[in-house]
Design a protein around this ligand. Sequence first.
Ligand code: DX5
Ligand code: ZN
Length: 217
Amino acid sequence: MRFAASILTADLTRLGEEIREAEAAGVDWIHLDVMDGVFVPNLTFGPLLVEAVRRVTALPLDVHLMIVHPERYLEDFARAGADLITIHFEATPHAHRAVQKVKELGKRAGLAVNPATPLEAFAPLLPELDLALLMSVNPGFGGQKYIPAATGRLGRLKEMRDRLNPGCLIEVDGGVNKDTVGEVFGAGADVAVAGSALFNERSLRENLGELRKALIR
Ligand code: DX5
Ligand code: ZN
């Protein structure tokens, strides 16, 4: 059970410290949400910030591209120091080509699927994937409520993954907190993204501890 800390709700004025705190607390990956204002109704950051984060941590950088035509920017994100690069099924007619390109660049390749997209979208690409990212909110913002239907979808994705590519990790993104984390890992996630549940007014160590405690219950 791994946690990917999404910096979307971190204090960007002290991002270096926030990330070091996350690393010291025992977070597994740093999750970076790249948004273009076209694929999703919000804008965030690009390769420049990934490069800055690369300089302050040795943790794997899990880059979630919520942008149209992701194939145009894969090289930039690879060069910036991303370890995993995830594109959205809905963002390009050439998801297969984009996934191949990520692998050619020597990075781990992920495919993300929105809450309304049939799970079958994963099937053709699953044998090639290192990561299958299931959205449990509509992408665009941190701090949203977990969509309950994601749990059933997760179970079906796990079954598909076990059959087609047992080495592929399943990641769940959106609304993971102490009330939903048990359900998410129970249904088959290998990695859970947590943004607002980790980066908020309380200490990250305490927040991660609370998520871990909720898993024991
Ligand atoms: C949503 C992003 C998520 C988000 C998660 O578009 O992909 O990674 O930051 O934030 P929380 O954990 O607050 O739902
Ligand atoms: Zn994300």
